[in-house]
Design a protein around this ligand. Structure first.
Ligand SMILES: Cc1cc2nc3c(=O)[nH]c(=O)nc-3n(C[C@H](O)[C@H](O)[C@H](O)COP(=O)(O)OP(=O)(O)OC[C@H]3O[C@@H](n4cnc5c(N)ncnc54)[C@H](O)[C@@H]3O)c2cc1C
Length: 370
């Protein structure tokens, strides 16, 4: 059988599902293809900031409470095990378990009438014919193809994306009877150019580490060291790992006109925090809206430009942040400074009210309001 779509989305994670929902809302004939069958897990610490929550409100109306496994109103920063600061967060952050979160997103897409083709493997894409041949012989033709298949997107075969430009993260889930925290805890100085997190997830605590990908890095040892320092010994745990973007914007202009990349596939994640849920869903919505126009690629590339600027500026800030002298100086400034950390979290991390280019303005504004 042959089927014709205006847009086909490859990957039904947050980027693909958000894109599919927006396509459905606008009456664009589409389908979303995923190799996995939902629900499925995904390596992710699951921190949902205010800006991500707003996108959930846009997509769901009232986001269902079951999406969230914990809500925290405090952030703590550590240098190894030395607590630098414990700062309150005015608008508490949410934590999600990706097994449930991603399932809720694809369920919503299907409720809107979306066509999810899950468990699809072995399909072939013909970029010249603008069609996909599935393993059962069905042919799906498209006007636009949107890749949302993650940090190791198959579209990267068309443009070179070296793994050295990505980050790699590992994590383990520890029962909260063994390790407990109620705050969002970030530990620095266990890794060069990266950090360790300990996030509450309800019955479990997510302990993870991520930095610029280096195949020689012994991530298992890092997690072992962190857990030992946190007093968790003799507890068997399973580790999972995954790549994530780390400040490299995939050059989409080099791809065919009707090929768009969203979410991790396009390199869309914050290069300092590693937060990818926001940009994934945002670029998914932007791509769907671009498909409505006469020149989807041009429209899409224009709409993602501010996000790409955040990534480029953030990459520069990341390089500076991890230089030992600067890092030490910054930690000197934040140590014990609850008010500044709360202010920074609320205005930069939670909302992007200030971009990485505007950090100086943020600091001046903070000082002038003391
Ligand atoms: C260790 C770690 C911790 C993180 N913590 C956070 C956090 O706390 N907060 C945050 O905001 N972000 C976090 N991120 C980033 C976040 O997980 C990603 O940015 C986000 O998942 C990207 O969404 P996506 O839809 O682009 O890709 P994904 O979530 O990776 O989804 C890709 C989808 O494509 C499918 N797929 C892959 N290949 C194919 C194929 N060939 N054909 C069909 N389907 C395919 C997959 O099955 C999957 O469903 C973290 C990432 C890592 C690695």
């Amino acid at each position: 059988m042959t089927y014709k779509y205006d847009a086909i989305v490859i990957g039904a994670g947050p980027a693909g599902a958000a894109c599919g929902m927006e396509l459905q809302k606008n009456g664009i004939k589409n389908c979303v293809i995923d190799k996995a069958v939902f629900p499925r897990g995904k390596t992710c610490a699951g921190l949902v900031t205010g800006k991500t929550y707003k996108l959930l409100e846009y997509l769901f109306g009232e986001p269902p409470e079951e999406l969230f496994c914990f809500t925290s109103s405090q952030i703590r920063l550590f240098s190894k095990q030395r607590e630098l600061v414990a700062a309150p967060i005015k608008r508490p952050v949410k934590l999600v378990n990706r097994y449930d979160y991603d399932n809720a997103l694809v369920t919503r897409y299907k409720e809107l009438g979306g066509e999810l083709r899950e468990g699809e493997r072995g399909y072939k894409i013909d970029y010249k014919a603008n069609s996909i041949t599935l393993s059962n012989g069905d042919i799906l033709s498209y006007d636009t193809i949107i890749f949302a298949d993650g940090a190791l997107s198959q579209a990267h075969k068309l443009v070179n994306v070296p793994r050295s430009k990505l980050a790699f993260g590992v994590e383990a889930y520890i029962p909260s009877t063994v390790l407990n925290t109620k705050s969002v805890d970030l530990y620095f100085d266990y890794l060069d150019n990266g950090y360790v997190w300990v996030f509450p997830h309800g019955d479990t605590v997510c302990v993870g580490a991520a930095n610029q990908y280096n195949k020689k890095e012994d991530y298992q040892k890092i997690l072992d060291d962190v857990l030992r320092d946190l007093g968790v010994t003799g507890h068997e745990y399973k580790t999972v790992g995954a790549f994530l973007p780390y400040g490299y914007v995939v050059p989409q202009q080099k791809l065919p006109q009707n090929v768009l990349l969203i979410g991790d596939a396009g390199g869309f994640a914050d290069p300092i925090s590693g937060e990818g849920l926001y940009m994934s869903m945002q670029t998914g919505i932007m791509a769907a809206q671009a498909v409505l126009t006469d020149s989807p690629k041009k429209t899409y590339l224009k709409s993602v430009e501010p996000l790409q600027q955040i990534i480029r500026d953030g990459k520069r800030a990341q390089k500076m942040f991890y230089q030992p002298a600067i890092h030490k100086k910054l930690f000197g400034r934040v140590e014990g400074n609850k008010r500044f950390v709360s202010f920074y979290f609320e205005n930069q991390v939670d909302e992007y009210r200030y971009t990485y280019r505007q950090i100086k303005q943020l600091y001046n504004y903070y000082k002038s309001n003391q």
